[in-house]
Design a protein around this ligand. Structure first.
Ligand code: EPU
Length: 346
């Protein structure tokens, strides 16, 4: 979101042994204890102007093949690998499964935290394992996908802030070029077009990846040019009965059925219908092509409070109009490095 932030100190970690060494010193130095804060790529955090914490930055690199058969390939990826580069690398190698998650900003180590998802897939669909360091007990843990307790935009890592540092993520990918997930919205049409242009009757995983890159580039602002942290709000999950009642007033409302008689509502639709596409409180306003994304038009000058003001204004407007409470998606970091989880008003 390009908010200026000055931290007490930053420790760059390029291997796991460095973390062990740092934590041993940290545990012994009880006099100067500052809180620890783990920062990955920084694409989904809202940082304070002054961060009174020691920032740990996992930047271990490397991609290793762990096992391979004709049907699948298991890889282990170090936390500091750029996520989009990993997607392109795997698809180019003919290892499929991550293609729908192309162009999501950030590093691989942060991907499990909020179980990144887009275009009909979530990280948990391919994830096999996570190696993570438990900061309070100073121990390493090899976790399975079940241990991670994934949910929509959520995991046990997100529910236990400042507790885990992820160093490796393991994936099981497949080699079947006919197996694609292309049923989400525009993806089907754009991927089919892309395949046809290249003389193929059906899209391959690479065609799906290219289609998704094209769709994202059209709809979503590039954080390098217009700072943003992707979807700012989660899509709210409301009772099916409330959704049906809203549908009678707003026949075009967009929702997806969920288990337990619930419906996930497209927050972008709600914001647009409330007349807030391009609206907010300057310099933080919603994006013209995708109202779910808040953009910062004053990089390094705007503060977290500016973001909070825009968040409150948008969330209050939506609540008044639809009686639906929006929850923030990016992580809210306090001056002492603690994390404000999911609150509506900050
Ligand atoms: N819509 C509007 N107006 C808008 C935005 C969306 O009417 O301004 C409608 C669309 O027409 C569509 C529906 O809302 O019918 C859903 O829109 P879209 O397909 O763009 O997806 P989304 O629900 O708004 C989610 C993820 C995105 C992900 C897309 C595609 C969340 C919070 N966001 O957005 O993730 O790229 O689906 O799968 O679940 C991100 O997390 O940073 C992110 C961009």
């Amino acid at each position: 979101m390009a908010l200026a932030c000055l931290a007490d100190s930053v420790v760059i970690l390029t291997d796991e042994v460095q973390l062990d060494a740092f934590m041993t010193n940290y545990a012994e130095d009880t006099k100067h204890h500052k809180p620890l804060f783990v920062l990955s790529g920084g694409s989904n955090v809202l940082l304070p102007a002054k961060l009174n914490a020691i920032v740990l930055r996992p930047q271990m690199r490397g991609i290793k093949v762990i096992a391979q058969t004709d049907a699948y390939i298991d890889i282990e990826v170090m936390a500091g690998e750029n996520w989009h580069d990993l997607v392109v690398y795997t698809v180019t190698k003919g290892w499929y499964g991550l293609e729908n998650l192309a162009l999501i900003p950030g590093l691989t180590g942060a991907a499990p935290i909020q179980n990144i998802g887009a275009y009909g897939m979530q990280l948990e669909d391919c994830l096999q394992s996570v190696r993570a360091y438990h900061l309070p007990s100073r121990t390493w843990h090899d976790l399975s996908a079940v241990d991670c307790e994934f949910d929509y935009r959520d995991s046990m890592f997100k529910r236990q802030p400042n507790t885990w540092l992820i160093s490796r993520v393991g994936f099981r990918l497949h080699t079947d070029a006919t197996k694609v997930r292309a049923s989400y919205g525009d993806v089907q049409i754009v991927a089919q077009d892309y395949a046809a242009q290249h003389g193929r009757s059906k899209p391959t995983p690479a065609d799906v990846m290219h289609a998704i890159i094209e769709i994202r580039q059209q709809k979503l602002p590039d954080p390098k040019h217009l700072p943003n942290c992707g979807s700012f709000f989660q899509n709210p999950i409301i009772p099916q009965a409330q959704f049906t009642a809203l549908q009678s007033y707003y026949p075009t409302i967009v929702g997806y059925p969920m288990p337990d008689a619930m419906t996930k509502v497209a927050a972008g639709w709600l914001i647009e219908q409330a007349g807030l596409k391009g609206g907010g409180i300057a310099p933080i306003v919603t994006h013209q092509q995708q109202a779910l994304v808040l953009t910062n038009h004053a990089p390094y000058i705007a503060t977290k409070q500016d973001v909070a003001a825009a968040q409150k204004y948008i969330a209050d407007t939506i609540y008044e109009k639809f009686a639906i409470q929006l929850s923030r998606e990016p992580v809210w970091v306090n001056t002492n490095g603690s994390i404000g989880y999911k609150e509506h008003v900050v």
